[in-house]
Write a protein of this length. Structure first.
Length: 389
């Protein structure tokens, strides 16, 4: 750690003082300010030498001791910073680079110290305007916003942007307080509450049907049976048939209510498939991951923002389906398909697009691997049909 100005001044004054005392006997002698014999001269010279060396040694010892203490303090502060239970980054505004981040930030978001740090940090946000305001150097607070971690999972966080100066350079400290687990628990409680309300309503419906519908028809049937015993068989049989039909109708209604939940919750067959996504949009990765795993938890998903990295991975790893974005900054989806053919990579490919263009449909005919298009953002029903096929 660099010494502060006060330590440098103390060391400088001590050094200057020691030099002054060392040369003072020679200066006095050269200017004939003191008359002394040879013995006295040696005493004055030795005293100046010893005093000068002592002051120099003391100043140097003071300088080293202070810096060791400051280095220890700096190391302690860094250890505290690194072990904070929240994610923290420090950005340089002038250089637009990441100066430092703590252990938790690296493990959850994985933003590297590179020229791309600003861009990668912006891509972690569902709302890009928030990232722009934080990095602009404003003192700001955002509550309950969504950030996307390196595993493409949403994180519900409170974010604090704190500007400060370091060596006349504008810096921004960004701290994130994660409450995703609390949010997940609240979401689970809400789902459970909704499920309980639905079950409670079903129980009310069953109770009403049992007390007002089914029991009345059963009573009619029992009454008609007793009437039939008294000889009114013809009319009683017609009424008995009507009561039996009504009873059957109510039983069918009850069966329909009992089966309603199972029909609504019908799921796609839970089989393992390896699906690869190539898309430069991190938000789309987060959305697609949640939708796909909601439909089938057995899926193995692999996400790539860089198409070149995806090509390298596909060259050595098998996959069942590739979902490929058409428009990407490094290369478009059609050039990606050409490179796949050159490398002999064969698999089913679905093209991802925001809007279906007739030109894209025409281009797809020249690639045998392309079996269809999926419109972004993906939806549950489209995914269910896609996985079933």
């Amino acid at each position: 750690m660099k010494p502060n100005i006060h330590t440098v001044w103390v060391f400088g004054i001590g050094l200057a003082g020691s030099v002054a005392i060392l040369i003072s006997p020679y200066l006095l002698q050269s200017l004939d300010l003191l008359t002394m014999n040879k013995y006295s001269w040696h005493i004055v010279r030795d005293f100046g030498l010893i005093s000068g060396l002592f002051i120099f040694g003391y100043s140097f010892f003071f300088f080293r001791t202070v810096n060791k203490i400051r280095d220890l303090e700096a190391d302690t502060r860094f250890q505290m910073f690194d072990k904070l239970p929240n994610c923290v980054w420090v950005f340089s505004q002038q250089g637009q680079k990441l100066e430092m981040s703590n252990e938790m930030a690296a493990s959850i978001y994985g933003i590297p110290k590179s020229e791309e740090a600003f861009r990668i940090f912006r891509s972690q946000f569902y709302d890009m305007k928030i990232a722009a305001e934080v990095l602009s150097g404003k003192n700001c607070v955002f509550r309950n916003i969504v950030m996307i971690d390196k595993f493409y999972e949403p994180r519900y966080v409170d974010l604090f942007g704190i500007p400060f100066m370091r060596n006349r350079e504008n810096m921004v400290l960004v701290m994130v307080v994660d409450h995703s687990e609390i949010n997940k628990s609240l979401s689970q409680i809400q789902k459970l509450s909704k499920s309980l309300l639905l079950q409670n309503q079903q129980l009310k419906d069953f109770s009403f049907m049992n007390s007002h519908k089914i029991r009345s028809h059963v009573s009619n049937i029992l009454g008609l049976i007793s009437v039939e015993e008294e000889g009114l068989s013809g009319k009683a049989m017609v009424m008995l048939k009507d009561a039996a039909y009504n009873l059957d109708s109510e039983v069918q209604k009850m069966n329909k209510l009992l089966m309603e939940k199972n029909l609504n919750g019908k799921e796609v067959e839970q089989k393992e498939q390896r699906i690869v996504f190539v898309d430069d949009d991190k938000v789309q990765h987060m959305i697609n991951k949640r939708i796909l795993l909601k439909v089938n938890k057995q899926l193995k998903l692999f996400f790539f923002e860089n198409p070149y990295e995806a090509l390298e991975w596909l060259s050595v790893h098998p996959a069942d389906v590739l979902l490929l974005d058409i428009n990407m900054p490094e290369m478009d989806g059609w050039f990606f398909l050409k490179l796949m053919e050159e490398r002999g990579i064969q698999m089913d490919v679905k093209m991802l697009t925001s809007s279906l263009d007739p030109d894209d449909l025409e281009k797809s005919k020249s690639f045998s691997q392309v079996s269809g298009f999926l419109i972004k953002p993906l939806k549950d029903e489209n995914i269910a049909q896609f996985l079933a096929n």
